[in-house]
Design a protein around this ligand. Structure first.
Ligand code: NDP
Length: 448
């Protein structure tokens, strides 16, 4: 049995109850075959694949807090510190009822490669809780965040582990968590990113993941002899990533006709009105029905099982920006039948493995999230640099660094795919390029 298959078997046996983690490991290890097979005995002897698929540590803890009725609630908190070979652990905190250890592990594993691709000195980690922020008062959110940080603060630090936002964790939650860290630890340091501008946040961090996704997509489109101007785009999600992806796509001359949330989706033939979307989602924290009510060109559809949602329309580019496994094989077939030309992931692992393969078989250039959504964590690392320097850079400075990083990532993954005879396979390119740097560092640091 090949070394890759051996390790895949071990992971399936050990973590068989974590489907998302198995899915992520399968995708990565399969695409690393050409690299591993070149020097199989060396990697086997050093147990590189066993080490890279086992987190440095997994922390799970109780998060008790009191709701507005005086009732004590208990959630489960997680922090998985996956790999710090190239820098302090870095990765977001997800607050969503679906959160469990397997989901946090898959996200942490992906983060190792993504962070390596940014070329910045950051290792990979991820955390969160099964707490549902929806419908909670500001006081309840604060109570949860303070309790969560009371425990988490023992394991993080500016040079140890620097968490950030993710689904359900935005500027409000980061603010409450930072306040509690400062209070308990008695120190003011850049321990979290995604902070408010008045206390160490970076300009352009809010926009970074969505903007970065479009910078990379634009470069890919250009390198295929094409242009963004006039392209019709389907975006899913209506959160941080989706909103700023839509905004940048429009600035580049494209028209985005869809967005979605967990209950339904919008088709807006005139193109999504970003100011209205922000008002509905960021200010009112309301459903997309309110968007449709305020915009005559928009239609709202309730989400139903087995429907294609935002993926049923005739578009040139598809950008899944909501959550994992939201674009399946049937959606991929529909997009291809409708002539989709490019797909780039804004969310983490939004495309199922068979859907990814379907795009690749049909020669649709497809970029996986660990490359195309790396702009968020890259800008978080720029926030860490500014905090260390005690300086703040201008929006233009951060944005131009972000653009340089995303264009660089595209060429890096394109070159890595070519080097191993898989031209145009950006998934393999991303995994190989990300892996090589981390493994070089792991080997140099000995058995640890
Ligand atoms: P937000 O919480 O801001 O938005 C998430 C969006 O996805 C919301 O519109 C939400 O709908 C929708 N959504 C969440 N869960 C589901 C579900 N189960 N089914 C359908 N829709 C769902 O999160 P972000 O925009 O920050 O994150 C989106 C994705 O991008 C995630 O995969 C995240 O890990 C990834 N990512 C985020 C980065 C960042 O900088 N924020 C960086 C890199 C990756 P609703 O409003 O109804 O909850």
């Amino acid at each position: 049995m090949s070394y890759v298959d051996e390790v895949m078997e071990k992971v399936k046996k050990r973590d068989g109850d974590q489907p998302e983690f198995i899915q992520a490991v399968t995708e990565v290890l399969n695409s690393l075959r050409p690299v591993i097979e070149k020097d199989e005995e060396k990697y086997r002897k050093m147990a590189i694949l066993e080490r890279i698929t086992e987190p440095d540590r997994q922390i799970m803890f109780r998060v008790p807090w009191v709701d507005d009725n005086g009732q004590v609630q208990v959630n489960r908190g997680f922090r998985v510190q996956f790999n710090n070979a190239i820098g302090p652990y870095k990765g977001g905190l997800r607050l969503h009822p679906s959160v469990n250890l397997g989901i946090i592990k898959f996200l942490g594993f992906e983060q190792v490669f993504k962070n390596s691709l940014t070329t910045l000195p950051i290792g990979g980690g991820k955390g969160g809780s099964d707490f549902d922020p929806k419908g909670k008062s500001d006081r309840e959110i604060m109570a949860f965040c303070q309790s969560f940080m009371t425990e988490l603060c023992k394991y993080i630090g500016a040079d140890v582990d620097v968490p950030a936002g993710d689904i359900g964790t935005g500027a409000r939650e980061i603010g409450f968590m930072f306040g509690q860290y400062k209070r308990i630890r008695g120190m003011y340091e850049g321990v979290l990113t995604g902070k408010g501008l008045s206390y160490g946040g970076s300009l352009a961090r809010t926009e970074a993941t969505g903007y970065g996704l479009l910078y990379l997509t634009e470069e890919m489109v250009k390198c295929h002899g094409d242009k963004m101007e006039g392209k019709v785009i389907a975006v899913s999600g209506a959160g941080n990533v989706a909103t700023y992806a839509i905004q940048k796509a429009q600035q580049l001359g494209a028209k985005v006709v869809t967005c979605s949330d967990s209950t339904g989706w919008i088709y807006d033939e005139d193109g999504i009105d970003v100011a209205l979307l922000k008002e509905v989602k960021e200010v009112k924290r309301a459903r997309l029905t309110e968007y449709a009510a305020a915009r005559p060109s928009a239609k709202y559809f309730e989400k139903k099982d087995g429907e294609h949602g935002v993926w049923q329309y005739k578009v040139d580019i598809a950008l899944p920006c909501a959550t994992q496994n939201e674009l399946d094989i049937e959606d991929a077939k529909m997009l291809v039948a409708n002539g989709v030309k490019y797909v780039a992931e804004g969310a983490n692992m939004p495309t199922t493995l068979d859907a990814t393969e379907y795009f690749q078989k049909n020669n649709v250039p497809f970029v996986c999230g660990k490359a195309s959504n790396a702009g968020g964590v890259a800008t978080s690392a720029l926030e860490m640099s500014q905090n260390s320097e005690r300086l703040s850079w201008s929006f233009e400075e951060v944005d131009s660094k972000l653009k340089g990083i995303m264009v660089g990532i595209y060429h890096n993954i394109d070159d890595a795919a070519k080097e191993y005879g898989m031209e145009g396979n950006y998934v393999a390119g991303a995994n190989i390029a990300g892996f090589k740097k981390v493994v070089d560092a792991m080997i140099a640091q000995g058995v640890c």
